[in-house]
Design a protein around this ligand. Structure first.
Ligand SMILES: Nc1ncnc2c1ncn2[C@@H]1O[C@H](COP(=O)(O)OP(=O)(O)OP(=O)(O)O)[C@@H](O)[C@H]1O
Ligand SMILES: [Mg+2]
Length: 340
């Protein structure tokens, strides 16, 4: 699939290792891309470079094939709907007046503007808020109206900086639904987050950034699998549990096996194809297996694994940042290759 957003060695140097350094990444069109990293890692800096709000120190960025350069800024703006991490709303206005004001700023003609406002409110499930005073909106409503605003000029790309920040669990679910709806109508969405579980479930791909460097990017499943040091299995049996644990432990690649409620939890060091051998071994030992399933690692654990390895390497290499990030990346890619 064609890339809708891409960067090549994008860098913004604020001094003392701050900013972003040599970011090369790709966001396929009509996908949801999670840009994940802790506070101060460089998410907003990257986003602002992509929106043409700050000029990179070096490197390049493209939106829908058009390079983000001052001379292209009007076209870039037409392609992007940008939701900043903090945005002031005009408290004394109604939602209608607020959207009408920005519709006018986007030069949407009055005749079309009304229709467009209804559409964006419907898309963000906010039609009922049309006459609400902006000052009365909850945080969740505020974010939805913010997204409605970014959609007014019907951009191809939505770049949402921490859209779920400060939302309660219910509002987060609503936000997920809104973002999925936008994907359904063909938008490409890049969203940043420092809290992993909040939106990662809906992302097709993620990139993890830490301390200005991109550590890894790709489909979530590929990343999680490549980073798993061991596979964890849950085995349901219809025979004696202790005997089954003993049989598991006899198998070469099993690191640990224990009873968990009425299943067996196994830490397994081999690759996935060898799970069949474990299955055969257990049957031979007289274990009656009902099911074997793999416990999926969640992205939060992956994130901690990637970033802690990066930290560790940085400590080891005392300041050789590029090498540490490259090594982390190479190890991950290496393991991704092995898994295939
Ligand atoms: N205008 C600026 N001048 C100097 N340093 C800056 C500027 N903007 C950002 N930085 C620094 O660059 C680094 C990355 O900041 P950025 O805002 O991109 O991080 P972030 O990942 O968006 O963090 P957060 O999760 O807190 O929003 C930080 O160390 C920050 O202090
Ligand atoms: Mg930020």
């Amino acid at each position: 699939m064609a890339a809708m957003i891409n960067t090549e060695n994008l860098s913004k140097n604020y001094g003392a290792g701050r900013g972003i350094s040599n970011l090369t990444m790709e966001v396929p069109e009509k996908s949801i891309f999670g840009f994940i990293g802790p506070n101060g890692s460089g998410k907003t800096t990257t986003i602002k470079c992509l929106c043409g709000l700050i000029i990179p120190t070096s490197g390049r960025g493209w939106i829908d094939g058009l390079e983000v350069l001052p001379k292209n800024i009007q076209q870039i703006k037409a392609k992007i709907g940008y939701l900043p991490d903090e945005f002031g709303v005009y408290e004394q206005m109604s939602v209608w007046e607020y959207l009408d004001f920005f519709g006018a700023a986007y030069k949407i003609r009055p005749a079309q503007r009304k229709q467009r406002i209804y559409e964006v409110l419907e898309l963000t499930d906010s039609s009922h808020m049309i006459d609400y005073q902006v000052s009365s909106l909850s945080r969740g409503m505020h974010q939805k109206i913010g997204i409605a605003k970014t959609m007014l000029h019907d951009p191809k790309v939505l770049i949402l900086d921490e859209p779920a920040n400060g939302l309660d669990p219910h509002a987060r679910i609503e936000m997920r639904k809104t973002i999925l709806r936008l994907k359904e109508i063909g938008k490409t969405i890049m969203l940043s987050s420092h809290i992993l579980p909040e939106l990662s479930a809906i992302c097709d791909r993620v990139a993890i950034i830490e301390k200005a460097k991109l550590l890894v990017q790709g489909p979530i499943k590929e990343i999680t699998r490549s980073l798993q040091e061991k596979i964890q299995l849950l085995i349901e049996v219809d025979s004696d549990l202790d005997a089954a644990v003993k049989a598991c432990k006899e198998f070469d690649n099993v690191e640990n096996a224990s009873v968990s409620v009425n299943e067996i939890r196994v830490d397994y060091q081999g690759n996935r194809t060898q799970v069949a051998d474990l299955n055969a071994h257990l049957i031979k030992a007289g274990v009656r297996i009902q099911s074997i399933s793999e416990i999926e690692v969640d992205l939060e654990n992956v994130f901690l694994t990637v970033t802690s390895k990066h930290e560790q390497r940085q400590d080891d290499d005392s300041g050789d940042d590029d090498k540490a990030a490259n090594d982390a990346r190479e190890r991950i890619l290496d393991r991704m290759g092995k898994e295939e």
